[in-house]
Each structure stands twice: as C-alpha cells, then as structure tokens.
Design a protein around this ligand. Structure first.
Ligand code: HEC
Length: 118
C-alpha cells in the first residue's frame, strides 16, 4: 500500500485509465496495419515523451523505489515498442512489435501485482 496525497491519487487513476485506452487504441491500430499511428500513440501517451504530461516527476517522489523502477521500465518499453512499430511499417513483420507491446503490458501487470494506493 502506497500513500499518495489525495489529489495526486485521483490524478494517477485518471492517468491509468488513459494508459488502458492507449493500449486499446494501439492494439486497434496494429490490427489495421496503421503502425505509424500505433507508434505515435505509444510514444506520446505511454513512452518517454509522456513523462512531462503525466507529472511523472511530481508522482515519482511518493513511490517506493521498486515501484518507480517498474514505472520507468514501462515508459522505456513503450518507447521501444514505438520503434518496433515503426520497423513493422518498413518490414511488414508485426511480430516484434507485438512482443514489445506484450512487454509493456507485463509491466502494467507487474506494478499492479505489487502496489496499490491507500
Ligand atoms: C508503476 C506502477 C504502475 C504501472 C507501471 C501501471 N500502473 Fe496502472 N495503476 C497503478 C496503481 C498504483 C493503481 C491504483 C490501484 C489502486 O486503486 O490501488 C493503478 C490503477 C490502474 C487502473 C484503474 C484506474 C481507476 O480508475 O481506478 C487502470 C485501468 C490501470 N492502472 C491501467 C494501467 C495500464 C494499462 C498500464 C500499463 C500501460 C498501467 N496501469 C501501468 C500503478 C501502475
């Protein structure tokens, strides 16, 4: 159980709902062969580029270090997925991008398995 200040907990949950929406949109783009759109959505909403808009700096200081580490890994993996999706656009092979997306999802699962908000 991790204690976040009241407003920040609500902000985090809203952010999380957008994470899930982003994963859904990315999956739909992959199914449609819109790999560039999948890459852009991942980078902007989940990847390293999303950190300022999430107020990541503000939230991270309330996290136990193991939790912050999973969070950082997830953002990094999402940026790696974005590169893999761009590669799929060039090669036509979507499997590496799917594997990279599964890795991102594994980090969602890992953090939820380990940490909850009070
Ligand atoms: C670093 C930790 C961490 C990572 C990574 C993470 N989450 Fe979460 N997530 C949380 C915490 C903490 C909660 C709040 C759980 C609770 O209510 O106690 C949460 C809650 C949620 C919720 C419920 C929001 C609500 O309205 O209550 C959703 C949906 C969600 N996460 C989706 C995701 C998705 C999708 C990913 C990956 C793309 C992800 N999360 C990655 C920590 C994380």
């Amino acid at each position: 159980m991790v204690a976040f200040p009241e407003g920040l907990a609500e902000h985090t949950r809203a952010n999380m709902r957008d994470h899930l929406l982003a994963v859904q949109e990315i999956t739909a783009y992959l199914a449609e062969g819109k790999y560039d759109s999948a890459a852009e959505t991942a980078e902007k909403r989940l990847g390293m580029s999303s950190l300022p808009s999430h107020g990541a700096h503000e939230v991270a200081k309330y996290m136990p270090s193991a939790m912050a580490a999973v969070g950082s890994d997830m953002h990094r993996s999402a940026s790696e997925f974005a590169l893999a999706a761009q590669n799929a656009d060039a090669t036509g092979d979507v499997k590496p991008a799917l594997a990279a997306l599964a890795k991102v999802q594994g980090q969602c699962v890992a953090c939820h398995a380990g940490f909850m908000l009070k």
